[in-house]
Design a protein around this ligand. Sequence first.
Ligand SMILES: Nc1nc2c(ncn2[C@@H]2O[C@H](COP(=O)(O)OP(=O)(O)OP(=O)(O)O)[C@@H](O)[C@H]2O)c(=O)[nH]1
Ligand SMILES: [Mg+2]
Length: 397
Amino acid sequence: MEYVVAAVILLVVLVVGAVGLVVPRMRRRELPPPPAPGSTTTLERPPAAPTVPPVEEEIPPLIEPPAPVVAEEQPAPVVLEEPVLEKPEPSVGRLVRLRARLARSQTALGRGLLSVLSRDHLEDDDWDEIEESLITADVGVEATQVIVERLRERVRILGTRSVSEVRDQLAEELVAALEPEMDRSLRTAPHDGRPAVVLVVGVNGAGKTTTCGKIGRVLIADGRTVLFGAADTFRAAAADQIQTWGERVGAETVRGPEGGDPASVAFDAVKRGIDTSVDTVLIDTAGRLQNKVGLMDELGKVKRVVEKHGPVDETLLVLDATTGQNGLEQARVFTEVVDVTGVVLTKLDGTAKGGIVIAVQRKLGIPVKLVGLGEGPDDLAPFEPVAFVEALLGGDA
Ligand SMILES: Nc1nc2c(ncn2[C@@H]2O[C@H](COP(=O)(O)OP(=O)(O)OP(=O)(O)O)[C@@H](O)[C@H]2O)c(=O)[nH]1
Ligand SMILES: [Mg+2]
């Protein structure tokens, strides 16, 4: 009996023990599988889990574009190898072709003057009016007095009255005031086994870089070879600007580091021009105000350093025609620092003050050699007094 009781107790203990071991295992096993995909995850990160996968699928194609890198590497050499060079317009007769650009000056000077001059009897008031329109057109007080004096004298002596006669006399006086005997040729031909060197100077924004580029095109159109020196080292963009002009016509540009010494860039450019036997080296310089002594000294140094290779053939002062008489004082200081051999008057297309050409030459004693008549690459013309006056007076050239 005791054995039976002991066996029953042992059995009960075994059964209870077995149940205690098995049930928790079953629970553990049961809990994870069913709720795993559903309830537990949903509670902890319900919004993240369902939204992340779709967002991830949409963003990668937009943000991570490995494709362009591959694409850039592949076509680059092919595309860059084929620059299409432009063919600039020939320089001959440009002033005549571009004369319509002087329309504003023509209205102010030509038509205004002719309407007064065609009056039957010219009284003092009429002559005052003539004087006024010349001064308004920036001819300058001194030159105006000379022109009016001479015209008055001729009208009195010759007794001319017909509009065409008066017009012709006015034209003659304006041409005379433009000193047609001045040498306006640009010294751009190579000599002594080295290229001609042209230095382009002026105040900020006058149009130096544009003019450099345009002159390069004129020379290339005339069959010359050209090299640009980017001696405006203040801004990298300045060197890019002249280089772009060069690339359009297949001309090399020598440039230096941003903020580097402009004189050394100019020196290197001329050296490169000598080594590659180009006909003309055109050196673009940074704009500078004539009252900044340090900058004006720097310009003097650029010229002196370039001259270690030989004399500079042309130093062109670029003047913005729209600045009128103010430009004359700037010009005077420049002529003292570098020996200016010619003036380029830019932006004559945007002003009624075409008379500034007369004032500039008279004040400086330096010939206007080129005129800028627009922003287009070929809107630069050699200055010719007769054609210019004809354009101003609106007659046939
Ligand atoms: N309408 C007109 N615009 C011109 C002429 N020449 C130059 N310009 C414009 O004037 C602006 C200044 O020209 P740039 O050649 O950059 O002048 P810059 O003297 O080199 O200027 P900096 O180097 O900053 O001193 C540009 O927008 C040119 O297109 C011109 O004859 N007529
Ligand atoms: Mg410039």
